[in-house]
Write a protein that binds this ligand. Structure first.
Ligand code: PRP
Ligand code: URA
Length: 209
């Protein structure tokens, strides 16, 4: 079974509390999401492999460590996942970015795919799927299925806030995918929104409501 990691770092929790506040505006919401995404990916990559290389400092030759293993791909789930890309890229500037467009049908809450463009060599990359909200888990599970259908297997999922229902759904559909969250909230309401959550992440990010 995949692991669930909850990041309880004070900086992440502090920034997330400001994001949850209904009085926080678009600009600050966007900036905070980007900052938290950066802090989260710092932790997500903690166990990624390194290799020893020989370098020359201005003083002498020495051995030093560099990231090794698979190159990284970031896959934001449109729209709200876009708000996490810059933060991740600020730490991993050579990552390639693939996009998956999904929306939840407001009646059925089922995910509908409308766009998918992955890096050509996605199957050779460690893929980090990003989306601020994991509610029913329908969108994330579907996005990961689409990625797997294209031959990719090394996938992890990074969300800001998750509901227990979403975690259970992804774990059931994709037991090989580790999940990283900044907060595990209480439950979903009747409209599939996370309680207490932060409302509609896409609308708050882009000012559409
Ligand atoms: C939100 C969110 C997730 C999804 C989570 O997107 O960004 O993608 O809902 O819900 P789920 O776990 O129940 O599938 P939404 O469908 O509102 O689209 P948007 O990003 O375009 O606003
Ligand atoms: N999507 C959101 O943006 N927020 C929620 O609480 C649930 C799904």
């Amino acid at each position: 079974m995949a692991k669930v990691h909850v990041f309880d770092h004070p900086l992440i929790q502090h920034k997330l509390s400001i994001m949850r506040d209904v009085n926080t505006g678009c600009k600050e919401f966007r900036e905070l999401l980007s900052e938290i995404a950066m802090l989260m990916v710092y932790e997500v990559t903690r166990d990624f492999p390194t290799e020893e290389v020989e370098i020359e400092t201005p003083i002498c030759k020495t051995k030093a460590k560099k990231m090794a293993g698979k190159p990284i791909g970031i896959i934001p789930i449109l729209r709200a996942g876009l708000g996490m890309v810059d933060g991740v890229m600020s730490l991993i500037p050579n990552a390639k970015v693939g996009h998956i467009g999904l929306y939840r049908d407001p009646q059925t809450l089922e995910p509908v795919e409308y766009y998918c463009k992955l890096p050509e060599d996605a199957e050779h990359r460690q893929l980090i799927v990003v989306d601020p909200m994991l509610a029913t888990g329908g969108s994330a599970s579907a996005a990961i299925s689409f990625i797997k259908e294209r031959g990719c297997n090394n996938i992890c999922l990074v969300n800001l806030i998750a509901a227990p229902e979403g975690i259970a759904a992804v774990q059931k559909a994709h037991p090989d995918v580790d999940i990283y969250v900044a907060a595990l909230d209480e439950k979903l309401n009747d409209h599939g929104y996370i309680i207490p959550g932060l409302g509609d992440a896409g609308d708050r990010l882009f000012g559409t409501k």
